[in-house]
Design a protein around this ligand. Sequence first.
Ligand SMILES: O=P(O)(O)OC[C@H]1O[C@H](OP(=O)(O)OP(=O)(O)O)[C@H](O)[C@@H]1O
Ligand SMILES: O=c1cc[nH]c(=O)[nH]1
Ligand SMILES: [Mg+2]
Length: 217
Amino acid sequence: MYIHYLSEENSILNHFLAQIRDVSVQNDSMRFRRNIERIGEIMAYELSKVLDYKDKSVITPLGTKETTEITNKIVLCSILRAGLALHTGFMNIFDNADNGFVSAYRHHPNNDDEFIIKVEYQAAPNLEGKTLLLIDPMLATGQSIVAVFEKLNAEQKPKEIHIAVAIAAPEGVQYLQDNLPENCHLWVAALDEKLNEKNYIIPGLGDAGDLAYGIKL
Ligand SMILES: O=P(O)(O)OC[C@H]1O[C@H](OP(=O)(O)OP(=O)(O)O)[C@H](O)[C@@H]1O
Ligand SMILES: O=c1cc[nH]c(=O)[nH]1
Ligand SMILES: [Mg+2]
């Protein structure tokens, strides 16, 4: 897997990451969602640097300019529900991409810390030969992303796969390395220390879905 860590060099990205983590800022849910969206916009720009391009001429009022344009057929696919704001950020940049949505949640069958990932709802376009960007703000154990990828990939084979996450735990990065095809790209805005006993990312930010959309039952 090709791993891209985006906050290793200083940039405005670190401001947005700090705000989604900060307990004195993150409870402003509109700002939280917009910051996740801004992180998505920056990640999309960084990711655009490894896509395929062809030459293109643009006619201006005063002449012709030779430039380039992306040739990949991009599908943005996010994991409900926390993925929605990051998805919007990517969509702001890749504005003519097709879009897919898959649900995944942690189901605790014995009402304790043990869980399995349930993947249920799926609405996605044909992925055959496409460049799939699988989007989720949090990579904790990695089980949600792998479960969703396996469901999508079982039906059609994308040409290229990029996974984009805002905050990752090392355990989740390792799980993706062990369970996804070698030629995948993983884009991580920030790599954190570890998981806690409930498989939440430390220091992380808490529960991304709840901060963006409210506490669920
Ligand atoms: O790497 P994992 O251990 O699988 O955990 C990460 C998942 O947890 C969060 O979703 P959550 O299950 O909280 O659902 P939500 O988006 O509805 O809040 C997050 O958005 C990921 O999908
Ligand atoms: O730290 C975590 C782990 C899973 N889901 C979250 O929202 N946060
Ligand atoms: Mg959640």
